[in-house]
Design a protein around this ligand. Structure first.
Ligand SMILES: [Zn+2]
Length: 293
């Protein structure tokens, strides 16, 4: 077996752009520090709304192919070279927002069998053997069906990967030491939006989003780990810019297709939900894990 770097981080996301928005600074930092950073994205975001008018003709598979390239560009900006699409590119399609008929499309991620989808991820887990898994909470951070499903698939894969009875052809069992969910502490979000209100006149956005638009906001006491990615702010902004169909960046702010400005966080926050070792004020996702094999 080829030798793996000592620290290995796996992130599971729903669409191209989610990784850069949620974890761009974290990914850049750990990659720069020599960790193996593996991103598994579940869909190509074929139903995303396109911001630049000149790309407005892109839809469906053509948009997916374009966003696949945006994802590759973003990963390059972050220094991450291990990016995979769950089950291969195009295996699972974007489900669209809650309540749309798109959610009923048999090829969409929302309709996927969780165990079957998780089996694809188990294969990655057993190959990469990450000590740390990062994904969304059980509400998908903000309720998007694909984010909820990505959560379910990631959590299920963590269980199945460790089960010696599951998928003997998918590699040797591997227990992921820690699982974290993406979070933003409410006080941090409120302070950032207060600052944003004052700066709005100088920004290319007409209105501000609100704290309720930020995924994963929870009371500060639930945060176990804050990863300071200040040194990687430029990389994160560049990665977000690479997703030009989805994001408009005016660092330290950005907007999605709704054109509502929101803060671009370069310290990224996590809640440890499985595993031990976080004392409530950690600054490193791997703290105390040692040189785990
Ligand atoms: Zn998404």
């Amino acid at each position: 077996m080829t030798e793996l770097p000592a620290r290995r981080l796996l992130l599971v996301h729903a669409h191209p752009d989610d990784e850069s928005i949620n974890n761009g600074a974290t990914m850049a930092r750990y990659a720069a520090e020599g960790a193996r950073v593996t991103l598994v994205t579940c869909t190509l975001g074929e139903r995303g709304e396109v911001i630049p008018p000149e790309l407005g003709h892109l839809a469906g598979a053509a948009l997916g192919a374009h966003r696949h390239r945006e994802l590759a560009d973003a990963a390059r900006e972050l220094g991450v070279d291990d990016v995979r699409l769950l089950g291969g590119a195009g295996r699972y399609q974007d489900s669209g927002m809650t309540g749309l008929a798109d959610n009923d499309d048999p090829g969409c991620l929302w309709q996927a069998d969780v165990d079957a989808a998780a089996a694809h991820l188990v294969e990655v887990v057993r190959e990469v053997r990450p000590q740390v898994l990062v994904t969304y909470d059980d509400h998908g951070g903000y309720g998007h069906p694909d984010h909820i499903q990505a959560h379910r698939i990631a959590m299920r894969a963590a269980d199945l990967a460790a089960d010696p009875a599951f998928g003997p052809g998918l590699g040797a069992p591997w227990r992921i030491a820690r699982v974290y969910w993406n979070r933003v502490p409410r006080d941090v979000a409120e302070a950032a939006f207060a600052l944003l209100e004052g700066e709005l006149p100088g920004l290319p956005f007409d209105k501000a989003a609100s704290v309720g638009d930020v995924p994963g906001v929870v009371p500060a006491e639930r945060i176990t780990t804050a990863v300071d990615g200040t040194a990687y702010a430029a990389a994160k902004a560049a990665a977000m810019r690479a997703h030009a169909t989805q994001i408009e960046v005016a660092a330290p702010y950005f907007a999605l297709s709704n054109r509502l400005a929101q803060p671009l966080f370069t310290t990224e926050y996590y809640e440890l939900v499985r595993g031990e070792g976080a004392d409530g004020h950690g600054s490193d996702l791997f703290a105390g894990l040692g040189e785990a094999s």
